[in-house]
Design a protein around this ligand. Structure first.
Ligand SMILES: [Cu+2]
Length: 100
């Protein structure tokens, strides 16, 4: 019984810790630097050679992203240096904001 109580308190502490960390506005989606390799406005996709992305636990690489809104790709072209944020949206890796 004692062990159970200790485990219950420990897991409660983890939950409380997680809640307070997000309540304190820890940046959930840090800004990442990258270079555009290809823009596919029709498909709403963009290839970015990006730096490390801590919130997605991803190392630097070149990859194709979905964009939250194809409008975001207006004015962007291969070779542009960008700053963007990315997150998992409905299970898909998605660029949620991007600017030159
Ligand atoms: Cu990647």
């Amino acid at each position: 019984m004692k062990n159970l109580t200790v485990a219950a308190i420990a897991s409660l502490a983890i939950v409380v810790g997680a809640v307070s960390a997000s309540a304190q506005g820890a940046p959930a989606t840090p800004t990442v630097a990258g270079t555009i390799k290809k823009v596919d406005a029709e498909q709403g996709k963009v290839t970015i050679d990006h730096a490390k992305i801590p919130n997605l636990d991803m190392d630097a690489m070149s990859m194709v992203w979905k964009v939250k809104d194809p409008e975001m790709l207006k004015g962007l072209k291969a070779g542009d240096k960008v700053k963007f944020t990315a997150d998992r949206v409905d299970g898909a890796l998605t660029v949620t904001s991007i600017k030159k």
